[in-house]
Structure formats: C-alpha cells, structure tokens
Design a protein around this ligand. Structure first.
Ligand SMILES: [Zn+2]
Length: 145
C-alpha cells in the first residue's frame, strides 16, 4: 500500500478520534457545570483521571468507535493496515482503497463484510428459533409436573 495513502488514512483516523473526544469532552463539561457543588473543573483533572472520566461517560457505540480507531492506527504501525482480517476463500485479501477512504477503520473487505452480515443474520435467526424451541420444551416439561 502506498505511503501517501497510509499517511492520509492516519490523519483521517486521528482527526476522527479528536472530533469524537471533543464531543465527549463537551458533554463532560456540560455535566460538570450542571453540578457546581462538587467544585471541580474537568480540565484541571490529571490526564489519566480525565481519561477515566471520559471512559466512564462513553456509551458503547463511542467506545467501540474509539477502539476501532486505535486498532486501525496500530495496524498502520504494524504495516497490516488495509489487509482483510477474514482470510476466507471469498476474500479479496486487500481492502479496496475506495472503501478505506469512506471507512478508514474497517477490518474487512466488501465480500467478507457481506458474508459476515449474512452470517450474523443467520446466527440471529438460529438463536431466535432456538430460544423459541427452548421455550416450547419448557412449557411441555412444566405441564408434566
Ligand atoms: Zn476479506
């Protein structure tokens, strides 16, 4: 993969991360201002304490996104960025550049992504059916008692 592209991807990732953190910090500030009794300013806290606070206030979606960004940055360092992690037989190996531009922290090529989504749906359907069957069996067992 070309160096320029990696550089651009890294910048995009860092920018996305910064934006996300800014949003979160804005929220932290709002919430702290709402409770002035505690008499502390979020921005005065030691940075690891602030990180902990930010971590606490993250919702699952934000935490996942931050993690995905961190992992993508790590993959750039490890020189594995842009290689699909699936490795199944349909796999294209390298993730298309166009896809990486839109989704810089994606780990799967289009084909594997589609495959995974199909599987997730199947898995969900299977689990629904299983819990339904389990429910049905439990009903019968209870009737026997
Ligand atoms: Zn793939």
């Amino acid at each position: 993969m070309r160096k320029e592209f990696l550089k651009k991807a890294e910048e995009t990732l860092l920018e996305t991360k910064k934006q996300l953190l800014r949003e979160i910090q804005g929220r932290v500030k709002e919430e702290t201002e709402g409770s002035k009794d505690e008499g502390r300013d979020t921005y005065d806290l030691a940075s690891d304490e602030r990180d902990r606070e930010i971590n606490f206030i993250l919702n699952d979606r934000e935490r996942e996104k931050l993690l995905a960004i961190e992992e993508a940055l790590q993959r750039i360092k490890d020189k594995t960025y842009g290689i699909c992690e699936c490795g199944c037989e349909n796999c294209e190996g390298e993730i298309q550049l166009g896809r990486l531009k839109i989704l810089p922290f994606t780990r799967l090529c289009v084909k594997c992504q589609e495959e995974m989504e199909k599987e997730n749906k199947l898995q969900k359907k299977f689990e629904d059916e299983r819990s339904y069957r389990k429910l049905a069996i439990t009903d019968i067992e209870e009737e026997n008692f």
